[in-house]
Design a protein around this ligand. Structure first.
Ligand SMILES: [Cu+2]
Length: 337
């Protein structure tokens, strides 16, 4: 190797490792930045496993490097001693490491998966193709009437109970900063819970391959102070706002009398479809289509006219609307605060 290539290799390695390490930065969502008690164990377990793996790695590399020296020594020791070394390093030590890490996993699995008795809310989450429906009940399990999609609000510092199920295939609900993964199974309800100790927005993701748009099946958990949460829930429980302008009325007309109504619910109107997300308070959401694009006028118009260009293969077909109708529909949807 020439001096030049050696230097290029060194610089390349340095830049490469820097980029790799930068990839580990604690960007949301990171399992290593726990924001609640249910995710702390995962972070701790990760560090323990990382430490164990690093120690084993160092040992093995050291053994390989020292092999020539050990070989010279090995000529002088008895075969009994050799067998002893093989048993200790090859069987006893690995067994201890495996048993230890297995026990760690068992502790984590069994630890605090039982939901607390007095939750602030009971949220029923149903995995759909490819979005999440969230229905809110109060702490006693009485439905509040609030139904939303892909944006789950919770009060800071209070446990929230989750009941998870799926409409068709298996999904997995995962909020790296707040809780480990849990599967959503058709025809079965899995119960779990979470607490967000810090206010903020935490990104979640479907973690079980469920079809073509699995990658775009994200969601957000918004943790906010109690008063804000109460205000949010009260509004989400109400029926949709009445259209007030001429354009909003035309949009209302289209949404409630065209195909939209066969798939979407707008509470308080004739639109009572159950295939797609409840649109009653669509304008209050930050994102569209399970975290795929921002909820602004441009994306909303693009989504309504042909969502297949934004999320190919999703269940909503392109809509044949005139420019006036499209404008009116978007204006109406934007009024659904
Ligand atoms: Cu999925």
């Amino acid at each position: 190797m020439t001096h030049g290539t050696r230097r290029a290799a060194l610089v390349g390695t340095l830049v490469g490792t820097t980029l790799l390490v930068a990839g580990c930065a604690e960007d949301s969502p990171s399992t290593l930045a726990p924001a609640g008690p249910r995710s702390e164990f995962t972070a701790t377990a990760w560090w323990i496993l990382f430490g164990v793996a690093a120690a084993v790695c160092v040992l093995v590399i050291a053994a390989a490097v020292l092999a020539p020296l050990l070989r010279r020594r090995a000529r002088r020791v008895s075969s009994g001693e050799k067998t002893g070394t093989v048993v200790v390093l090859g069987i006893v030590l690995p067994s201890l490491v495996f048993a230890g890490t297995f026990a760690l996993g068992l502790v984590g699995l069994q630890g605090d998966t039982v939901p607390p008795e007095d939750p602030a809310a009971v949220i029923t989450i149903t995995g759909q193709q490819w979005w999440w429906q969230a229905e809110y009940a109060d702490g006693e399990g009485e439905p509040t009437g609030a139904v939303t999609a892909n944006e789950i609000h919770v009060p800071v510092g209070e446990p929230v109970r989750l009941r998870l199920s799926s409409s068709r295939v298996i999904h997995s609900f995962w909020v790296p900063e707040l809780m480990p993964k849990i599967d959503l199974l058709p025809g079965r309800v899995n119960e779990t819970w979470l607490v967000a100790e810090e206010p903020g927005t935490y990104r979640g993701q479907c973690a079980e391959y469920c079809g073509i748009q699995h990658a775009n099946m994200g969601f957000h958990v918004v943790a906010e102070p109690r008063e804000e949460y109460d205000a949010w829930l009260a509004r989400q429980s109400e029926d949709a706002a009445e259209p007030t302008t001429e354009e909003e009325r035309l949009g209302y007309q289209v949404v409630t009398t065209s195909t939209c109504a066969t798939c979407h619910t707008v509470r308080g109107t004739p639109a009572q479809g159950e295939v797609g997300p409840d649109l009653t308070h669509l304008a209050s959401r930050e994102w569209l289509a399970a975290g795929t694009v921002r909820n602004d006028r441009g994306h909303l118009a693009g989504w309504v006219s042909n969502s297949q260009t934004i999320k190919p293969g999703n269940v909503m077909p392109p809509q044949d609307l005139s420019p006036e109708e499209l404008r009116a529909v978007v204006t109406y949807l934007e009024s659904l605060e």
